[in-house]
Design a protein around this ligand. Sequence first.
Ligand SMILES: Cc1ncc(COP(=O)(O)O)c(C=O)c1O
Length: 383
Amino acid sequence: MLPGEPVDFSHGDVDSEAFPTTPASLQIFMDGVRSGGNQAYTEYRGREDIRAYLAECLGEFTGLAIENADELIIMPGTQGALFLAMSANISSGDKVAIFCPDYFANRSIAKFLGSEVIDIRMDYLDVDCGAGLDLTQLENAFKVGCKSFVFSYPNNPTDVIYSREEIGEIAGLSERYGVTVIVDQLYSRLVYKGHNYTHLRETSLSPAKLITIMGPSKTESLSGYRLGIAIGPCEIIERMEKLQAIVSPRAAGYSQAVLRTWFSEPSEWISERIMGHQQIRDDIPRILRSVDGLRVRDPEGGSYVFPKPDEPEPNRQKTSSVVRKIVGRSTDVRPCKCSRASREKCRNPLGLEAFCLWRLGRWFYFGTLQFFSQIAKTQLVSD
Ligand SMILES: Cc1ncc(COP(=O)(O)O)c(C=O)c1O
């Protein structure tokens, strides 16, 4: 084990200088505060006029109209939406299909709920087109009684966007086997030039079997407001609301007001934001590729990169200098804030989930591999 303070790379905070929050968000939040109880104590599922506004924008964005504001619920963060969507659908003993790799919380929540996770392979580095999803394995999982399929898209941590054909096949298989799909589209507004994004809601998959999750935390830098939404059939939304009423019981009322800025940013705002991220995503894979033996796929949407080492392992010194170069850009390396137990886990690099990501202009690390996380720590300690 390397000496020194562990560093928490498990989440990225908003870099408000590199990527400020969306225009007008603070003003609208303050207006919400000034309006008092009326904005503070909304319905559990979120204030109706805000849901109606979102139903219109998100129906248009996702390619299928949301007829009724009751098909939408506002929750504390995309993570809140994910937890409630999974909890409302998955019971102990259920089989749940999850891509490998995928957002770590999908697996944690599935396990917490007592379900059996069936891993679905994604060979994202070994394909000429598409994401390398093993759809035969997915079908086999459905055949053996998998009831739910949970995935992020664009995928965290690989930043791969599944092709139109792959999304069509996922929809077809889910429909055929009656599987409920929970898709986390948190990064669906951050799609890089040359890539096309097909919403699940545009496909043949019945909306009765689909829950779409989104939020303004990343592209819009609004993570501190803790907002997320889910779109789904009324009965499921109702079930999620019942659970939310017990836990939260609503997304913070003043924050909900900020959702009025979502999808109503100034006209050039979103393309400029994507461009800002694209400059980072053009840079980082190039730097990583300078290490022989590191395989990197260019991110297609989102703010992660997920390189893999070839065998034999890449040159340590060279990787170390590359990591130094990348971490040197970070202005947010800080001592680990997690619990003592998690700190111990941080010290066991094999316990961590993924290699590295950039978020909002800064770099953070997870570590799948002892090799990378040791190098990351050497770097961080020596800084
Ligand atoms: C795929 C995915 N879903 C959900 C979340 C949680 O987002 P939020 O801050 O909106 O709760 C993250 C955060 O990194 C994520 O990457």
